[in-house]
Design a protein around this ligand. Structure first.
Ligand SMILES: Nc1nc2c(ncn2[C@@H]2O[C@H](COP(=O)(O)OP(=O)(O)OP(=O)(O)O)[C@@H](O)[C@H]2O)c(=O)[nH]1
Ligand SMILES: [Mg+2]
Ligand SMILES: [Zn+2]
Length: 286
């Protein structure tokens, strides 16, 4: 039987089969010997004998995120709030870059459109080449567009605490998830949502609540490759006078021209420069 691991607790893996049954499984000993650890999101072959489930095969992974450890995510929905908490383009941009570094299609979702206008913020991301939506979990505005974007896929929702990830996932899955007030969270200094679990979306596919990850794995990106992870800059590669142009101090730079012409948002260019500098200062590249 084929299925997907949607949850793991104390050495047990919970697999949802193609027939929509949940089966508690242990991993076969051969995985331990080969140092292969099943991950949430893994597509697996299972066998049920005497009422006991066993994972007998793990299919090749399309993607593999380390934090949180989840396989086969195909979409990363970076969630921010139009207001409360105030959006940070620096944080959004890092999460987008991280998704692409991990080979995961990114998209932007600005929630709480009932509290503040989010057209400008969404515009920045659409202009940069991302899919971007403006929604309100509170009144349902824009949620149809979000639902259809994630339908049939394995979509992780990332974003800082309080932006409304759990509220959106409650709408998408039809299950009530734990949400909390923003002030509670700030005073406790942590997320309400801790465990990692794939949840079935009503429109098909799976969704996943994650606190998000905003640090870049230093080993994975050389500073000169950073522009590749900014779609609007990637599109201009080749237009600069110098090969390997860092798009910072060089003359005759296509990226800087686009920034000056207002085609690249100042916040996006600022994020690029910051991430470029962080990677450049890392010891491993010196
Ligand atoms: N006005 C308004 N409030 C919202 C909206 N979406 C969520 N909220 C509220 O914002 C607060 C935080 O929402 P959560 O869904 O718990 O946020 P979260 O991103 O899951 O937060 P963590 O689990 O801490 O990471 C709750 O009080 C929600 O009721 C929205 O669209 N509009
Ligand atoms: Mg939550
Ligand atoms: Zn350049």
């Amino acid at each position: 039987m084929k299925g997907i691991i949607y949850k793991g607790i104390g050495g047990f893996y919970y697999v949802i089969t193609d027939e929509s049954k949940s089966v508690e499984c242990k991993a076969r000993g051969k995985f331990r010997k080969e140092h292969i650890v099943p991950m949430i999101g893994d597509e697996v072959e299972i066998e049920v004998k005497n009422g006991k489930g066993a994972i007998i095969e793990i299919y090749p992974r399309r993607s593999c995120l380390i934090r949180p450890a989840v396989a086969n995510i195909d979409m990363m929905v970076v969630v921010a709030a139009a207001k409360n908490p105030a959006p940070s383009t620096a944080v959004i941009d890092r999460m987008l870059v991280n998704a692409e570094i991990n080979g995961i299609e990114p998209m932007v979702c600005i929630n709480k459109s009932d509290l503040a206008d989010c057209a400008e913020l969404v515009g920045i991301y659409k202009n940069a080449g991302y899919k971007a939506v403006c929604v309100s979990a509170a009144n349902g505005d824009g949620t149809e567009e979000l639902f259809s974007a994630v339908a049939g896929r394995v979509a992780a929702f990332a974003g800082v605490s309080g932006v409304g990830k759990s509220s959106l996932l409650t709408l998408i899955t039809g299950n009530k998830l734990e949400t909390g007030s923003v002030s509670d969270k700030i005073s406790r200094g942590r997320h309400t949502t801790r465990h990692v679990e794939l949840l079935r979306a009503r429109g098909g596919g799976y969704v996943l609540d994650t606190p998000g990850f905003s640090s870049i794995d230093p080993e994975t990106v050389a500073p000169e490759d950073m522009a590749w992870y900014f779609p609007e800059m990637r599109a201009l590669s080749g237009g600069c006078r110098f090969r390997g142009c860092a798009h910072i101090g060089e003359p005759d730079c296509a990226v800087k021209r686009a920034v000056e012409a207002g085609k690249i948002a100042p916040s996006r260019y600022a994020s690029y420069k910051e991430l470029y500098e962080i990677q450049r200062s890392r010891k491993s590249w010196k």
